[in-house]
Design a protein around this ligand. Structure first.
Ligand SMILES: Nc1ncnc2c1ncn2[C@@H]1O[C@H](COP(=O)(O)OP(=O)(O)O)[C@@H](O)[C@H]1O
Ligand SMILES: [Mg+2]
Length: 416
């Protein structure tokens, strides 16, 4: 009754064999968007009594000095320090921060517990994972801090709930999290891996410049980017080239004369170097090396490179510090250009007006407002006055900045 035509059979033979189809399907399934932290809550963490905010792929933390921007970023560094594969762990992460008494918010009054919870998932999707941790100081004598609860949810199903029976039988176990124990976290390994790969960047150009002298004395986790050139050197030639091309392209927004950016090794010393050619020079002018770059250019390159390196969260501490304001104003668009190529979540602390340029969505900005009860954190788009301005066509920068600056200048002029 059903006759297969020649054409049909051609079609059938042209289909990929089942194993190829299976591989393709797996590749499509595996090519998931990178994880980002989509939501953060915290309680009694340093100068915050409570934090409860949604996070986007790009987040700007805006607030006056001492409002807690660094403390906010430190939540992710704390979790990273716990999850670290070498020399990490809860006890060290707390000790490095001066103990629970130093971490616990002074506004916490009698509540002895510090806690945090992160949701991990793809942007704008329900979270794939949630991880919650609460710690307290051991009650008697010099008892170490302990986990008062640790919980993990996968797709909303609770898969870890401590203290569990084993913890009750041996309370010593509560001095460690499961995050730091490879033998205990195999069912949620994606979480510690994500946290371990979180990068904190506070680039100081002077240190980059004198990389030759400080070689081999790079401090833990390289927060100042001292090993930046070495990191470039360790990358395969192919990624080196493609990343530098993306950076070169993004840099043109701020440094239009930049013609070409290259990585080289000094033939005599073997030291790694970056070099650039600018178009306004006379023809055949030599290459310029990183020790002749402006602070701003160097810092920008380091920062953009970090966006292309790794998949997990990138924490950028006040990148405006050594950039001139013309470049600061271009930073957000440059980050946007690079993020189009590689989606790495980036949290940027800033007290710079200039950084909140055009093209920023009110949902990407977190406003930190200090008060007696600790600093409040709000998504800018959720603040009524700002939302009204945004809806009537103001850019996020225009709507947000008048609120993010303390009113001192006007007060001073009243005194005059
Ligand atoms: N446990 C704590 N309780 C309350 N405030 C704290 C605690 N730890 C630090 N702080 C306060 O946090 C402020 C510093 O925050 P920080 O994150 O460095 O600000 P920013 O980076 O915005 O300049 C200081 O005023 C400090 O007193
Ligand atoms: Mg700070």
């Amino acid at each position: 009754m059903f006759q297969r035509s020649d054409r049909d059979s051609t079609l059938i033979t042209n289909r990929p064999p089942p194993f190829v189809a299976g591989t393709l399907l797996r590749m499509i399934i595996m090519k998931r968007e990178p994880l980002i932290v989509t939501h953060l809550t915290a309680k009694n963490w340093r100068n915050f009594r409570r934090i409860d905010v949604d996070l986007r792929e790009r987040v700007f933390l805006v607030g006056p000095n001492a409002s807690g921007k660094s403390n906010f970023l430190d939540i992710f560094r704390f979790l990273r320090d716990i999850a670290k594969s070498d020399g990490g762990g809860l006890q060290k992460a707390i000790k490095d921060r001066g103990g629970v008494s130093n971490l616990r918010s002074l506004a916490a009054r009698k509540d002895p517990e510090i806690s945090t919870e992160i949701s991990l998932g793809e942007a704008c999707e329900p979270p794939r994972w949630r991880y919650a941790l609460a710690v307290r100081q051991g009650a008697v004598g010099k008892r170490p801090p302990f986990v008062s609860y640790e919980r993990v949810w996968r797709d909303d199903e609770l898969i870890l709930d401590r203290p569990n029976d084993a913890d009750k039988a041996d309370p010593q176990r509560l001095t460690q999290t499961y995050l730091e124990q490879i033998g205990s976290n195999e069912t949620f390994r994606e979480i510690p891996l994500f946290l371990q790969n979180t990068t904190y960047l506070h680039l100081v150009p002077q240190l980059l410049r004198h990389a030759d002298q400080i070689q081999g004395r790079i401090i833990e986790d390289d927060p100042f980017g001292q090993a930046f050139l070495e990191r470039i050197a360790r990358t395969t030639r192919k990624s080196q080239k493609s990343r530098l091309r993306i950076i070169q392209d993004a840099l043109k927004i701020a440094v239009p004369q930049l013609e070409q950016l290259e990585f080289v090794r000094d033939e005599d010393t073997g030291m790694p170097h970056l070099q650039a050619i600018y178009s306004h020079w006379r023809p055949n002018a030599g290459w310029q090396r990183e020790d002749q770059f402006s602070d701003g250019t160097l810092r920008l390159i380091g920062l953009l490179w970090s966006l292309l390196e790794g998949e997990s969260m990138l924490l950028l501490e006040e990148p405006e510090q050594s950039l001139n304001s013309a470049i600061v104003g271009q930073l957000a668009p440059m980050i946007h250009r690079v993020q189009k190529r590689r989606h790495r979540q980036v949290l940027i602390s800033t007290h710079s007006d200039a950084l909140l340029s055009e093209g920023i969505d009110g949902r990407e900005v977190l406003m930190l407002t200090p008060s007696k009860e600790g600093t409040e954190v709000k998504v800018a788009a959720d603040i009524d006055e700002i939302r009204v301005l945004l809806e009537s066509g103001f850019t996020a920068g225009e709507a947000i900045l008048p609120r993010s600056n303390p009113p001192f200048p006007e007060q001073l002029s009243l005194v005059d």
